[in-house]
Design a protein around this ligand. Structure first.
Ligand code: FAS
Ligand code: PHB
Length: 383
């Protein structure tokens, strides 16, 4: 097995295959330090927690992760709690940064002594051979393998290595992005707050009892240089502020702007190349699905590979995309729905604004509507 990309998808797949006794080599073009400090997701579904625990890499996650039973939606200056666990058969979410998941997986891989090469370059993928060639530490290497896993994210080389005409792409861009900060200050709320506001969306999240993670809706091409810390905090105060509550401020440790898009490619495979995670699909982060979708893909891919080796039949691998895409499209819809409901529409679209407020009132007053949000947010068990 050749696995291109040492993000959550690639590293988890490598671990699942190792546990099943299947050899793999993981190729990563960035440095270890870079991938371990790239701040991204923060919310793990129970299914993701179970997967990492069963794979033997969940000890620190289960010790340091923070269990949450609900989220809050804020609009018209009021907050409304969505009791996730109550509405979704007791299921919870775990707050544990993607950086920490990646650190735990890399530590395990290095401890296993199995091949994980950082700072590779010139990766070329041949899905039909199948073969991966790459340069590392001044030499060119070839990996002749049975299967290639394309876990190299949206901007990787695996998806583009599939000939034109094979894939069908589905995408939607949004007229806004997120400006995110990591701040050295205790979170000012016990649970996540998704705030709809006339100035734009804001999200209060966290990483630990001492670390806050906050986002605000911005232009997709926003220049972070135009956002000194004082301006960010002032905007967050305006958008998150409610009667009798204050947002504590603190040193900003990291800030950045991330674009927003929905994207799916079908099928998620070609010959012996299988795409997983962001290499195959992207969701706007409003639904906290990206990382969890990647994990769900590699669970299916690992099971398919194990079954393929065991049975000698191509059927398990041929069914990979079909076994992933229903869940992918459910998460795509939920992420689009949360994004459309919460983000201020382009200037002047009063009709859209009215629809948003109606949807927010409905989902915070109807138990049936709230249950729909809750079961998608904690991760829908698709039958
Ligand atoms: P990744 O992109 O994480 O990993 C792919 C890896 O492949 C990277 O390490 C990359 O360096 C490597 N790679 C790329 N090209 C290569 C090549 N040619 N050769 C070798 N290696 C190569 N999701 C959430 O749920 N919540 C969030 O708040 C959230 N915030 C995000 C913010 C940003 C800026 C981005 C980009 C994504 C965010 N996401 C969020 C989604 C994110 O968490 C992804 O869903 C998750 O990282 C997917 O994991 P992978 O599929 O492993 O892809
Ligand atoms: C985060 O903590 O980074 C986070 C949480 C929930 C989201 C998106 C990001 O929907």
């Amino acid at each position: 097995m050749a696995i291109v990309g040492a993000g959550p998808a690639g590293l988890t797949l490598a671990r699942l295959l190792e546990v099943a006794g299947i050899e793999s080599v993981v190729l990563e073009d960035r440095s270890r330090d870079y991938v371990e400090h790239r701040i991204r997701a923060g919310v793990l579904e129970q299914r993701t927690v179970d997967l990492l625990t069963e794979a033997g890499v969940g000890e620190r996650m289960n010790r340091e992760g923070i269990v949450h039973h609900g989220i809050e939606l804020q609009f018209d200056g009021e907050r409304h709690r969505i009791p996730l666990s109550e509405l979704a058969d007791g299921r919870t979410i775990l707050i544990y940064g993607q950086t920490e998941v990646v650190k735990d997986l890399i530590a395990e891989r290095i401890a296993s002594g199995l091949p994980l090469h950082f700072e590779v370059s010139s990766v070329v993928v041949e899905p039909t051979t199948p073969r991966v060639t790459f340069r590392h530490e001044g030499s060119t290497h070839e990996v002749d393998c049975d299967v290639i896993a394309g876990c190299d994210g949206f901007h990787g080389v695996c998806r583009p290595s599939i000939p034109d005409g094979v894939l069908q792409e589905f995408s939607r861009d949004y007229p806004f992005g997120w400006l995110g900060i990591l701040a050295q200050v205790a979170p000012s709320n016990d649970e996540l707050v998704y705030a709809h506001h006339e100035r734009g969306f804001a999200l209060l999240s966290l990483r630990s009892p001492e670390l806050s993670r906050l986002y605000l809706q911005c232009r997709p091409d926003e220049d972070i240089e135009e956002w000194p810390d004082e301006r960010i905090w002032a905007e967050l105060q305006a958008r998150l502020g409610v009667e009798g509550w204050t947002l504590a401020e603190g040193p900003v440790l990291e800030k950045g702007v991330t674009g927003m898009r929905s994207y799916v490619v079908e099928p998620m495979q070609y010959e012996r190349l299988f795409l997983a995670g962001d290499a195959a699909h992207i969701v706007p982060p409003t639904g906290a699905k990206g990382l969890n979708l990647a994990m769900a893909d590699v669970r299916v891919l690992a099971d398919s590979i194990v079954e393929w080796y065991r049975s000698g039949s191509d059927a398990p691998l041929e069914a990979y995309s079909e076994n992933c895409l229903r869940r992918v499209w459910r998460a795509e819809h939920f992420s689009w729905w949360m994004t459309s409901m919460l983000h201020r529409p382009p200037e002047g679209d009063e009709f859209e604004l009215k629809l948003q407020l109606s949807q927010l009132r409905y989902v915070t007053t109807s138990e049936a509507a709230a249950r729909g949000l809750a079961e998608n947010y904690v991760g829908l068990e698709l039958v």
